[in-house]
Design a protein around this ligand. Structure first.
Ligand code: AMP
Ligand code: MG
Length: 327
């Protein structure tokens, strides 16, 4: 595995990465959400390498990344006016659209299902890589399945090691959480995974939009493909607590992550303060959990964010990260 820094879309490292992808191998690259593990999305053997490298269940489909809406159209059986309006407004950006797939999309990309998930990322390195390959880039997050998503090249290297051929290092990602996934393949639009684009912004184009209960509730596991109750999890046990609760006594190596104000904590409990701002917490959450894991904390207490829509995506990830059972 090699790591090459990339500073601009003209960087020669991008042509090198595209050649590796064209040969059916894997390249990790930065997007504005998290680092992706890319393979030629029209080559089933290459996509199979993603599943092997991540230890990803075959039931969990992958997102195809495209350079623009025009390149998305041949991949779906029916490109709707709704999809066009959403793409015009939110692409390039952190919105994934699920639509009925065309015959071009290999079964392994769809996990055997009838639909395909499509996104046009806004990161200049990701866009340059897709253009250099000239084909859709299949790319889930560049981590072992059920582990924390990577927001830096170092996170990718420590999670995937030799399973990835090349990592393009474009520095830390900015949105910090995975894309919003919007399912347009059913009767009415439905958010399958909350993300950086909030429901209200989608509503400006779609009218009121349903947020699938499994993405915000507590007990549904897999009513949408690949949506595991436990996901995005650190090695430490993560416990969500009511704001201001604090902890009474230290047991083992504990850290308390407060939002907005740090309560009094007993000796031996390390306190960390994050601002009560959803976008800042979204951007820093995974990097923070990675650091706390690396520092060897056994228990992370984190204050439950407010129940408002602005915090929807952060609440979703925290709930999944704190779910103990592995379904
Ligand atoms: P990630 O590992 O962040 O790229 O996650 C990709 C997620 O997108 C999967 O876990 C699925 O939940 C979702 N997804 C991908 N393809 C589809 C699809 N065809 N239909 C519904 N959800 C999908
Ligand atoms: Mg993932």
């Amino acid at each position: 595995m090699r790591i090459l820094p990339v500073s601009s879309p003209e960087d020669p490292a991008i042509a090198e990465a595209a050649a590796i992808l064209a040969a059916g191998h894997l390249v990790a690259f930065p997007t504005e959400t998290v680092y992706g593990l890319g393979a030629d999305g029209l080559n089933p053997e290459a996509v199979a390498r993603i599943y092997a490298a991540k230890g990803r269940p075959a039931t969990n489909p992958v997102i195809l990344h495209v350079a623009d809406a025009a390149s998305a159209q041949p991949l779906v059986s029916h490109w709707t006016p709704q999809a066009q309006a959403l793409a015009e407004r939110f692409w390039p950006g952190p919105l994934t659209l699920v639509l009925p797939a065309s015959a071009l999309v290999p079964a392994i990309v769809r996990a055997g299902g009838p639909s395909v998930a499509l996104r046009c990322p806004s990161h200049p390195v990701a866009l340059a890589l897709i253009r250099a390959l000239g084909r859709p880039l299949a790319a889930p997050s560049a981590n072992r399945s059920q582990h924390l998503s990577p927001t830096t090249a170092e996170h990718v290297a420590s999670s995937l090691g030799e399973a990835v051929d090349l990592i393009l290092d474009g520095g830390p990602t900015t949105a910090g959480l995975e894309s919003t996934i919007l399912d347009l393949s059913g009767q009415s639009p439905r958010i399958l995974r909350p993300g950086p684009i909030p429901p209200a912004e989608l509503g400006e184009i779609l009218g009121p939009v349903e947020v699938w209960a499994g993405s915000v509730g507590t007990d549904e596991t897999q009513a949408a493909p690949g949506m595991l109750a436990r996901h995005y999890a650190p090695k430490a046990r993560l416990e969500l607590v009511a704001p201001g609760t604090g902890v009474r006594k230290a047991h083992g190596r504990m850290v308390y992550v407060a939002l907005g104000a740090l309560p009094r904590l007993p000796d031996g409990v390390f306190g960390l303060l994050l601002p009560l701002e959803a976008e800042v917490v979204a951007m820093r959450l995974y990097a923070l959990l990675h650091e706390l894991d690396d520092a060897g904390y056994e228990v992370i207490f984190m204050e439950q964010p407010p129940e408002t829509e602005a915090w929807l995506a952060v609440r979703d990830r925290l709930r999944r990260a704190s779910t103990q059972e592995h379904p």
